[in-house]
Unconditional design. Structure first.
Length: 319
């Protein structure tokens, strides 16, 4: 629950006449803007730039059971209207996140945080989610099913309705907090996978994760990144994300978090009109560390231009 002190800190100037608040899976947010996992660390990196309590919440870096160094470098490639990354889920592991990152986060972030959990087996997902579910600061668990299933040929959990549903059921069996499944766009039918997760008990869905992309260095005649291919993100994927949010929000009854190529306040509004209850900002944070703050601050004026009094009233308003 957001208290009065939080509201006074996080509300941008001019917001009084416009209601930016939303409710996501029972979690009350001052506004729908959420930095996406992998672009905001555990919050500590960005608090040097601004008071991150202005945000609705944020999704912290994808966390696995064991610490991971990630993929070999180079693992980032710039491209037109976006970027490709193959970081490889570098993170300190669930034990250190609980012992070090969350206590530090509590000293400067006064709102519930979103815990992003990754895994390479159903058991790992369940273990990490059960551990993080006990943490008071965590308001919602976001499960990244774009990880390869090491027991079944390396195919991503998120590319199969059955595999995504299996992860969802396993996580829901050991958690008490809302669980949102983050879906991959690298599939033939995202609606089928979304429905499978909903039927397996998911409280919400987040889409889209990065698309699969590649760059080649013509001089070296080799892929730009060591992993050959990686996740393509940035403004170029925004229309794909809007389309998938639109499709899934009409096929499912649970809330959707829109993600993919969001750069401006108008992008947030467009994503919400497509059916998103909240909106994650990803690659934009890496280009401009103030991106999410600027979006929150720009929302009231954009709402005024478009004749919007309450953001939550426009969710899914486009038929």
């Amino acid at each position: 629950m957001v208290n009065d002190t939080q509201k006074s800190v996080s509300a941008p100037e001019g917001a009084a006449a416009r209601d930016l608040s939303v409710e996501l899976c029972g979690l009350k947010l001052d506004n729908p803007v959420i930095p996406a996992s992998g672009t905001f660390g555990y919050g500590n990196e960005f608090r040097e730039f601004y008071d991150i309590n202005i945000l609705g919440s944020f999704s912290f870096k994808g966390t696995t059971r064991e610490a991971r160094f990630g993929n070999p470098t180079p693992r980032i490639a710039e491209c037109e209207a976006g970027m490709i990354n193959a970081v490889g889920l570098q993170n300190p592991g669930i034990d250190r996140v609980i012992a070090e990152e969350l206590p530090r986060l509590k000293t400067f972030f006064r709102k519930p945080v979103i815990a992003n959990i990754s895994g390479f087996s159903v058991e790992e997902y369940a273990y990490c989610c059960e551990r993080i579910d006990r943490e008071e600061q965590v308001g919602l668990i976001e499960v990244n099913v774009s990880c390869p299933n090491v027991r079944h040929g390396g195919m991503s959990f998120g590319t199969s309705p059955e595999a995504a549903a299996e992860v969802t059921r396993a996580v829901k069996a050991v958690t008490t907090k809302p669980v949102v499944i983050k879906l991959s766009p690298n599939v033939t039918d995202i609606v089928a996978i979304a429905r499978a997760c909903e039927q397996a008990g998911a409280d919400g869905l987040c889409l889209i994760n990065t698309m699969l992309g590649m760059r080649i260095d013509p001089v070296r005649r080799r892929p730009v990144i060591a992993n050959t291919m990686g996740g393509f993100s940035g403004p170029a994927i925004f229309p794909v994300a809007v389309r998938m949010v639109y499709q899934v929000s009409r096929a499912c009854r649970i809330p959707v978090i829109g993600c993919g190529g969001v750069v401006t306040a108008r992008d947030v509004i467009e994503m919400m009109m497509a059916g998103a209850t909240a909106v994650e900002v990803g690659a934009a944070n890496l280009v401009n560390p103030y991106a999410s703050k600027e979006i929150v601050e720009a929302l009231p004026a954009e709402m005024e231009r478009l004749g919007i009094g309450r953001l939550r009233d426009i969710v899914g308003c486009v038929e």
